[in-house]
Ligand binder design. Structure first.
Ligand code: NAD
Ligand code: UFG
Length: 332
């Protein structure tokens, strides 16, 4: 079975490629390296001892995709390629709409041309906006607050319309909660350029003394300790969810959405304390203003994915903090 992984050099994509290779899938990666590095391909080979075919191409490039589909008999696609920074999407909406929508439309057109109708798509819990209650179920109302989130919601709609038009399609839409952690080897992980926007990459920079302290965005939320609560999920658990989604799209036609989260919410201060404890390191922090647009709490009801995909997260928050730091130390 041959799987095309778009964005396979990125954070979640690279971990998913490792799991696919471990399960003896053949993998073809297409990535334009706009937010990743080519050496990830070698690291994947080192971890798995297996070969992976890599195309450095843009998924918006129809000719390049044609070539990939002609040279490889692709059975199914996992589509990670996309831009993902919320703040950047507010500043540069056209770049976000162009990249995320164009890449998806081009990919879907070429897939249909080659009669490849099985796709797993990376959506996000951001499509729930500010949820009416917790935990979040898949049938909650959808609402976005920034262009990044809107691209995800629009693509979900495109995929649903596609199935209505042609019932040959098998589509799994995965709504990720907050992925953190890294592969236990410490060879692959998340390494954003510049000052990180997300919590764990920021904590890491404080741990490695590249930044002096963490800004905790607000402590007046209606949560256990006043700081924001999220459903952090180990990236390896998340990657394994994609293999279950592949099983599903290979077996059944249709289109469906699944929350990939643990179902547990942790506050910013709980993450800081756990990180400090498991890694035996002090993380200095200051309480600052709440970040505009942030919600108080967000965590999944992961029951549907358990029932339909036979998947659930198994790695705990300690392992997430340990593996995140292990990867960071190996980058030094
Ligand atoms: P990432 O930036 O590490 O990986 C995305 C990869 O796609 C990168 O390697 C980038 O070079 C590539 N890419 C982007 N546009 C491309 C294009 N036009 N052609 C070819 N390659 C392209 O991001 P990630 O964290 O691994 O996220 C993967 C997917 O999951 C994204 O679609 C993202 O929106 C989604 N997602 C991520 C999170 C998160 O917190 N990390 C949460 C929810 C959803
Ligand atoms: N936080 C801080 N300080 C920081 C960074 C974050 O206190 O320096 C807090 C935030 O206020 C929030 C929590 O840590 O309470 C998590 O923030 P992240 O930025 O790590 O994650 P978000 O939940 O805000 O957003 C992430 C992705 C989005 C995605 C969303 C839902 O960045 O793309 O999860 O999946 F849409």
């Amino acid at each position: 079975m041959k799987i095309l992984v778009t964005g396979g050099c990125g954070y979640i994509g690279s971990h998913t490629v490792v799991e696919l290779l471990d399960e003896n899938y053949e993998v073809v990666i297409v990535d334009n390296l706009c937010n990743s590095k080519k050496d990830v391909v070698d690291k994947i080979k080192t971890i798995t001892g297996k070969d992976v075919k890599f195309y450095e191409e843009d998924v918006c490039d129809k000719k390049a995709l044609q070539k990939i589909f002609k040279e490889n008999k692709i059975d199914a696609v996992i589509h990670f390629a996309g831009l993902k920074a919320v703040g950047e999407s507010v500043a540069e909406p056209l770049r976000y709409y162009r990249n995320n929508l164009d890449s998806t439309l081009t990919l879907l057109e070429i897939m249909a041309e080659h009669k490849c109708y099985k796709i797993v798509f990376s959506s996000s819990a951001t499509v729930y906006g500010a949820p009416k209650s917790l935990p979040i179920k898949e049938d909650f109302p959808l609402h976005t607050t920034n262009p990044y989130g809107s691209t995800k919601l629009m693509i979900e709609q495109i995929l649903k319309d596609l199935y209505i038009a042609d019932s040959n399609w098998s589509i799994a839409i995965l709504r990720y909660f907050n992925p953190i952690g890294a592969h236990a080897s410490g060879l692959i992980g998340e390494n954003p350029n510049g000052i990180p926007n997300n919590l764990m990459p920021y904590i890491i920079k404080v741990a490695t003394k590249e930044l002096p302290y963490l800004n905790v965005f607000g402590n007046n939320y209606d949560t256990k300790d006043g700081t924001g609560v999220r459903d952090y999920i180990h990236v390896v658990d998340l990657a394994k969810g994609h293999l279950k989604a592949i099983d599903k799209v290979i077996k059944d036609k249709g289109v469906d959405c699944y929350n990939l989260g643990t179902g547990k919410g942790y506050s910013v201060l709980e993450i800081v304390k756990t990180f400090e404890k498991v890694n035996n390191i002090k993380i200095d922090y200051k309480i600052t203003e709440a970040r505009p647009g942030d919600i108080a709490a967000c965590y999944a009801d992961p029951t549907y994915a358990k029932d339909k995909l036979n998947w659930e997260a198994t790695l705990d928050i300690k392992k997430m903090c340990e593996d995140s730091y292990n990867y960071a130390k190996k980058q030094k």
